[in-house]
Each structure stands twice: as C-alpha cells, then as structure tokens.
Design a protein around this ligand. Sequence first.
Ligand SMILES: *Cc1c(COP(=O)(O)O)cnc(C)c1O
Length: 474
Amino acid sequence: MDDLDFRPVLELALRSSLNHLTTLETGSVGATSTLQDLRSRLNRPFLDDSLSSEQVVQDLVVDTSGGILGSAGGRFFAWAIGGVLPAALAADWLTSAWDQNAALYSCGPAAAVVEEIAGDWLKELLGLSATCSIGFVSGCQMAHVTCLAAARHQLLQSQGWNVERNGMAGAPQIKVLASNRHGSIERAVRLLGIGEGNVLDLTLDETERLRPETLEVALQGVTGHPVIVILQAGDLNTGSFDDYRKLIPLAKHYSAWVHLDGAFGLWVGASPNYKHLLDGFADADSWATDGHKWLNVPYDCGYAIVAHPEAHRGAMSLRASYLVHDTEARYQIDWNPEWSRRGRGFPTYAALRQLGRLGLGELINRCCRSASRLVEGLGKIPGVEILWRPIINQGLVRFLDPSPQANHDRYTDAVIKRVIAHGGAFFMGTTWRSRRAMRISVMNWRTSERDIDFAIQTVSESVSVESAETVFSK
Ligand SMILES: *Cc1c(COP(=O)(O)O)cnc(C)c1O
C-alpha cells in the first residue's frame, strides 16, 4: 500500500492543528458556539454508506468550531489546566500512529521501556527515591485510586486481612483524614469501597495549612482503625503546602499511610526557587500528580508514585509478588489499573527531554511570576479585592458589588460570566471560606506577559456592565 490512504487526511489534520495552535493568541478563549449550535452541527445523519476520511475530518473541524476552548493557549486560567508542549504533542501523534497496546512489554516493547525511563527521570526530578514504584495513569484521579489501593493493601495486610482475595466486607474499617481536598479523593475512596462516610474533615489554619495539633487530635480519635492521612501539595484554591516535616512523622507515629495530592504542586520540586515548599515530603508513602497539568503534556496523563513497591504491585498486579518473571522487562500492568492502554509514556518522555531540568524549572518560575503579575494587576482594578496572593501559581480575587444591596457572591459570578463571554481570557469561580471567588491558575508554558496584560484588560472591561461587549463572538 502507498501512503495515499493516510497522507491527505493526516495533512489535513496537521493544517487544522496548526491553524488552531497559531490563532490561540488572538481568538476567543471561550466557546463562541452554543450547546444547540454544536448539537445541531455535529448530529449529522449517520449514514449506511462510508465517507472519505478527509470528508470526515474536514466536517469534524468545521462542526466543532466555536466549541473548542482556547485552553492550549496562554490566556486560559480556569481550573488547573495545562497546555501542550510541541515535542509532547508530536510524540502523542506518534503514539496514535504506532498504536501500541502499552499493557505489557511483549505487546509494546518501546512503550514499556520509555515508561520505565521516564518514570526514573520523574522520580529524580521531583526529588523522590529511585526505589519508589510508579504507574502512568489517566490523571490524578486514577493516581489517587492506585496509590490508595496500595495503601489499602498494606494497611489491611498488616491487620491480617487480604483485601484482594476477601474484598472489603468484614475488613477492618479504614478511616481517611483529609483537609480541604479535591473531589477526586472522595471518588477514589468510593471506588475502593472505603466509603465517603469514612473521610473525616480536618480544618485548616489561616495560612491554609493543617496544624499538627489538629492532625493529632484526629489521629487519636480513630485509634484502632487503619488510617490514611491525605496531605496537600498545592491546594486547589490557594496552592498551599502542608508542613510535611511535622505532619508526616506524626502520622507515621500513629502508623498511618500518608498520601500527598500534588496534582500540580509536586512540580515545584523542579524549581530551586520553590522546592523548599516540599521540604520533608519525600517521607510520605505515596504521591499523586499529573502530566497534563504543569508538565504540559496532552490529555490524559497522571502518575501514581508509591514508596512501597510490594504494596503497589500487590494491589495492581495479577501475578503473585513471589513469582519470578520470565523476562527482566517492566510490565506496566503490574503498576496501573488498566489492561489495554495507550502508550502514555511517550509524550512524558518527549516533554521531559524538550524542557530539560532547567527548562522545567524555568517553566515553573515563569508561571508563578505570571500568576503574581495577574493577581496584582487585577487588584488594581477598582472593585476587585485580592483574597489570596499566589504562593506558587494559584490566586483568588473577588468582585465587589457596587449596588446598595451589595451581593458580592452573585456579582462575582456575574463578572466571571462576562469575562468568559468577552473571550479575552477564561477564568472559573470557586467557593472559598464561604465566599464566591474567581480562581487564577497559571500553568501553560505559552502564557506570556502580553497574555497577562490582555487578561487584566479583559477583566477590567468586564467589570463595568456597560463595556461588557462580547468582542470575539460572531
Ligand atoms: C486536577 C486535580 C485533581 C484531579 O486530577 P485529574 O488529573 O483531573 O484526575 C486532584 N487534585 C488536585 C489538587 C487537582 O488540581
């Protein structure tokens, strides 16, 4: 076969991708098509007959237009969403072209080796021991599931209970102590049969950190239970880091398993300016982080890292840990919850090589500088109150309602809506300390000072209703 089956459609995909990536600097960041538009365009008749691949892809590009957010560009500050580095994107395309099943070494030898090597680089870069085990998963959500499955394995084994064989019914009841957490923790706990009702809330102090006294009281309240303590490495609203030097030894004293949610925060370990925030974090039992956030690899990619490889493999592998493998290769299926899976190591490997150690540190520093510039710039707009100045790349502001019956919460949500409709930047709201706020999260490698200034101008124009014209929508 010649390349004509693939060439025209792949060239179309390349042109369309480049068109998207190069217009991100000027286009609307938000959607310009409505739900109705998208449904009516995409719901084409499903035909009996085949179509040419170019026709399919051309239609896809046209029909989705206005429904693709500019999250790969530099003016997207909502949730915690990274962009995509050129080498990582290209490696991701190759991953699809190669179409390896990255379950086992035998069905994708290079995919297995790349994960092994990228995994070693990640541990070194983040400041974790080379003896830790690592699983490449779809995101922090599944990293929590994987790490907490390892926790469950070890905690219950130490009480003489084989959870993989016997399940959770009749097992000692695990308690989870956690402070202000991401919802993915609840889901992990649900999937593992621990139950949301066994997650106990710990209150934070005014610096958004967990006090050792608070943790100790909570630990004393659950004596007799196997316990998992979940600490933050980059709180979702404020980017705060817990005091690991004090908290981890305390939790260990009570025989708890310590898990860190470092979806984006763990990456500050790659920057000499910020790595002190992680002081003592390497003594935890497991860490969850993402590639698709601050490392800027395409969706989806997360990493589950565990200090106890036997527990990690015990929870995930189908092979008993005492069996000797017939090959020296690393089998991904021993460390992650999927069976057939994407060759997720390739984009990570490419991103790490493109950036290098210094490049990644510089990316982290640049995003943190941008976050400060953005928050301070927003703070200068009349009617904007800064609620949280970035420690790293996360900040919070709110908008003060000038009307006599001032409802700042409602007003803040209304301004965020106007910013999104404006199209010049994209932010989302959150509830923080019982107040509505606008979150600022900077983790795209492309965000420039110009983007920041443009975003400030967008918000400034959106604050006054009169000028809140939608400049980008058709
Ligand atoms: C994004 C995020 C998660 C969930 O990660 P996914 O990659 O979306 O599964 C968990 N914790 C924190 C702090 C996050 O920012």
